[in-house]
Design a protein around this ligand. Sequence first.
Ligand SMILES: Nc1ncnc2c1ncn2[C@@H]1O[C@H](COP(=O)(O)OP(=O)(O)O)[C@@H](O)[C@H]1O
Ligand SMILES: [Mg+2]
Length: 243
Amino acid sequence: MAAPALEAQSLTLSWGDFAVAEGVSVHVDEGELACIVGRSGCGKTTLFHALAGLEKPAGGRVLLRGEDITGVPGRVSYMLQKDLLLPSRSILDNAALPLIVRGVDRDAARAKAGALFATFGLEGTEGLWPSQLSGGMRQRAALLRTYLMDNDVVLLDEPFSALDAITRVELRRWFAGMVRELGLSALVITHDVDEAIDLGSRIYVFDGMPRKGIVSRIVGEVDVRSAGADAARTTLMGLLGIA
Ligand SMILES: Nc1ncnc2c1ncn2[C@@H]1O[C@H](COP(=O)(O)OP(=O)(O)O)[C@@H](O)[C@H]1O
Ligand SMILES: [Mg+2]
């Protein structure tokens, strides 16, 4: 069995007194692409922030290859739900940003980012502004920027939601290929059941309605490879209470 690259153990999530989730234990194995699916408002982004170390959970631990990184940012690469490119910087400078933030010299950062443009299907866009790119290309640029955060564990919060249906399918398949090619371990958070099935080898179902006093939990887990897509879909819909 593969070892977990990233593991959350029994996280309790809250905003002040407002309880969002409890007992959240999820992991992503080395080289795996796992998904967490849940309805809007159940606490996906809140969980994501805890996994990325952007907020300290009220309880539980986050382990990176066994090391406690609870509340420590910068140890995994992540792409926020609203990860917009800076409008007044070129695509190349947007992509190079995480390197520059880490103190890499601007020319070296540009060279390193530029060398990956072809891999990310972005060749020829280096000098363009974000507004000159299609939604799919902008998302590729945001994914390249995430990759340049330079950790091989990658967390994505609803990365394809803003795209039209065709671009979304194309981009997520491309992304799954990139995870394999680059040897990443990825955890994708989404509200889209079909997206989770298309992307993930394993899917967690995160459910609850914290605003109605129903604290969210992981209510099930589906192994898509052994179940097959159709059975996985039926199980997921059942777990989410969708007939
Ligand atoms: N900064 C915040 N302060 C207080 N409550 C928040 C904050 N962010 C989110 N929430 C609340 O936490 C719950 C979960 O939100 P969120 O994690 O964004 O859900 P999801 O990403 O699944 O749509 C919601 O009820 C939301 O209103
Ligand atoms: Mg969210």
